[in-house]
Write a protein that binds this ligand. Sequence first.
Ligand SMILES: *[C@@H]1O[C@H](CO)[C@@H](O)[C@H](O)[C@H]1NC(C)=O
Ligand SMILES: *[C@@H]1O[C@H](CO)[C@@H](O)[C@H](O)[C@H]1NC(C)=O
Ligand SMILES: *[C@@H]1O[C@H](CO)[C@@H](O)[C@H](O)[C@H]1NC(C)=O
Ligand SMILES: *[C@@H]1O[C@H](CO)[C@@H](O)[C@H](O)[C@H]1NC(C)=O
Ligand SMILES: *[C@@H]1O[C@H](CO)[C@@H](O)[C@H](O)[C@H]1NC(C)=O
Ligand SMILES: *[C@@H]1O[C@H](CO)[C@@H](O)[C@H](O)[C@H]1NC(C)=O
Ligand SMILES: *[C@@H]1O[C@H](CO)[C@@H](O)[C@H](O)[C@H]1NC(C)=O
Length: 288
Amino acid sequence: MDLGLAEVSRQRSMFREERESLVGSVLESGAFNTQNPVGFLEGKMAKLACIPVTVFSFIVFVIVFMCIGANKVEAQAPGSLPANKVEALQEIATQVGKKDWNFKVNQCNDSSWITPASSQRPLYNNSIVCNCSNTGGVCHMVSIFLKGKNLAGILPPSLVKLPNLKEIDLNRNYLSGMIPREWASMKLEFLSISTNNLSGCIDYLANITTLRALSIESNLFSGPVPPGLANLVDLEILVLNANNLTGELPVALTSLTKLRVLGISSNNFTGRIPDSIQSWKQLQILEI
Ligand SMILES: *[C@@H]1O[C@H](CO)[C@@H](O)[C@H](O)[C@H]1NC(C)=O
Ligand SMILES: *[C@@H]1O[C@H](CO)[C@@H](O)[C@H](O)[C@H]1NC(C)=O
Ligand SMILES: *[C@@H]1O[C@H](CO)[C@@H](O)[C@H](O)[C@H]1NC(C)=O
Ligand SMILES: *[C@@H]1O[C@H](CO)[C@@H](O)[C@H](O)[C@H]1NC(C)=O
Ligand SMILES: *[C@@H]1O[C@H](CO)[C@@H](O)[C@H](O)[C@H]1NC(C)=O
Ligand SMILES: *[C@@H]1O[C@H](CO)[C@@H](O)[C@H](O)[C@H]1NC(C)=O
Ligand SMILES: *[C@@H]1O[C@H](CO)[C@@H](O)[C@H](O)[C@H]1NC(C)=O
């Protein structure tokens, strides 16, 4: 038994627990709920409850009328994914190693597709989120959470076939391999692939310029931090901790002026933190 390695591994797993709660609390603050149809609906219902009954029935009438109108225009059953998006989901399931998705039901409204995190199991989340309102009679996939699911596949290149995806959380699985080239063209806002067995360089991440939160911590990623990461000007959370990244931190990263959380600890960086660090004016948490 290599004691040195065991110690590193123990420290890393302790670190993971802390990190999980840290990033978890930032996320739970609600800042990254980009698309939440359920919350959206609840808000509407709460408002309706305050409207007098006559007005309410008029609204119901209008809604029913609008639904009939929509049915005439759209042949497809309202509230489901188009066939090509369901196919993409099937490919994703194969790639990621997920065997228990039931494709015989409607992915957007069947409870088997939604098992969110709970207080009993905060590190687990098995949910997809669709947006079915104002999307022209079909639904769009906006979020996939497969967190703590013991998945042993790869990062799914077919995610790129779901162009409306905003959030991906594949945290705490056994995924291996590299970041797919296809991901470079995605328009994600939230991406967490922490605590897996992923390797290779992280260059393609620098192309996802829409990102607001990115965590790749506790993997085996190597190579330098790409200077292009400085193009992710909307980044608020960047967590690179516990990998095998090397080289100097690009000075250009100081252009990420919205950063609130930055973690670069437990890597193999050389050199020094850029002098212009004071440009990170929003920074609340820094781990080096
Ligand atoms: C759903 O998609 C439509 C059309 O893109 C958009 O206008 C709307 O804001 C989205 N709804 C939610 C809750 O994100
Ligand atoms: C789910 O969607 C399908 C097809 O769009 C529909 O037939 C079914 O009634 C919906 N079920 C619920 C519970 O909303
Ligand atoms: C779990 O998934 C739901 C979607 O069903 C999402 O709204 C929520 O933010 C996720 N929670 C955590 C803690 O990841
Ligand atoms: C981790 O990935 C490497 C290849 O990068 C592979 O050899 C190894 O078996 C994987 N380990 C686990 C636990 O999946
Ligand atoms: C990523 O962006 C760089 C420069 O912005 C571009 O040269 C490269 O082709 C892009 N890579 C992919 C795979 O799209
Ligand atoms: C980390 O990277 C260095 C240099 O690229 C390499 O020699 C070493 O084997 C890597 N370590 C691990 C744990 O991957
Ligand atoms: C860190 O990098 C140096 C030089 O590239 C290398 O000799 C060393 O093995 C690396 N350490 C780890 C833990 O990978």
